[in-house]
Ligand binder design. Structure first.
Ligand SMILES: [Zn+2]
Length: 213
């Protein structure tokens, strides 16, 4: 059934994600919210192993890993579709650049968002689009700090849960928040599969979400 799968971290055969690697992946949890974001949580703290996992999911067409990450994120972070009792109105994502989407054949943020929405029984909707020619690939860090230029493509509900694959500088999330705020959103919460830097001291080993093989 798992024939043909390799663990994306250690490359052992027959596992979506082997238990040995799963036990070692560093947990992130609550992270410092980027500007414009009310709260932010990430499943994994970005390191070399997590990088392999994310790259396999994105560039190796391993959507199964994205589904696993969405499930593990909800379970581990105890996400119930609300924040302090306020129910999220919609789940959305930060669209990949058209170059990235063409290269991979799918948008990893959209896959994650749809999976999270399904698990939380919330609607999922694309709220923003990138300006033409915009992409994070190959941009300098100083440019990535600013984030992509995003425009709202419809009016936004008040409370939005935005899902992303990796939070690096937070620039993309901040750009998303600015765009949807202009279209009616009041509060934006962020969930991410992984986060780089600005991590809490809590890096307990990741043991209780054995969603993989
Ligand atoms: Zn492994």
């Amino acid at each position: 059934m798992l024939f043909g799968f390799r663990c994306p971290v250690c490359r052992c055969v027959g596992h979506r994600l082997c238990h040995r690697c799963l036990d070692r992946l560093p947990h992130a949890g609550q992270i410092r919210p980027p500007e414009g974001i009310a709260s932010a949580r990430a499943l994994l703290a970005y390191d070399a192993d997590v990088q392999r996992l994310i790259l396999a999911a994105k560039n190796g067409n391993r959507r199964d890993l994205l589904r696993w990450a969405a499930d593990a994120l909800i379970e581990r972070e105890k996400i119930d579709g609300s924040d302090n009792g306020a129910r999220f109105d919609v789940v959305s994502w930060i669209p990949a650049s058209s170059a990235g989407r063409q290269k991979r054949g799918f948008d990893q943020g959209r896959v994650l968002a749809r999976q999270v929405a399904r698990r939380l029984d919330l609607p999922v909707q694309q709220l923003v689009a990138r300006q033409r020619g915009e992409g994070q690939l190959g941009r300098k860090r100083v440019e990535r700090l600013v984030g992509p230029t995003l425009r709202c493509i419809r009016s936004s509900p008040a409370t939005v849960l935005v899902v992303d694959d990796v939070v690096t500088t937070g620039g993309s999330a901040t750009a998303f928040a600015a765009a949807v705020r202009g279209a009616g959103a009041h509060q934006i919460h962020l969930l991410s599969a992984a986060a780089v830097g600005s991590l809490p001291a809590d890096t307990v080993q990741f043991r209780d979400c054995r969603g993989g093989g």
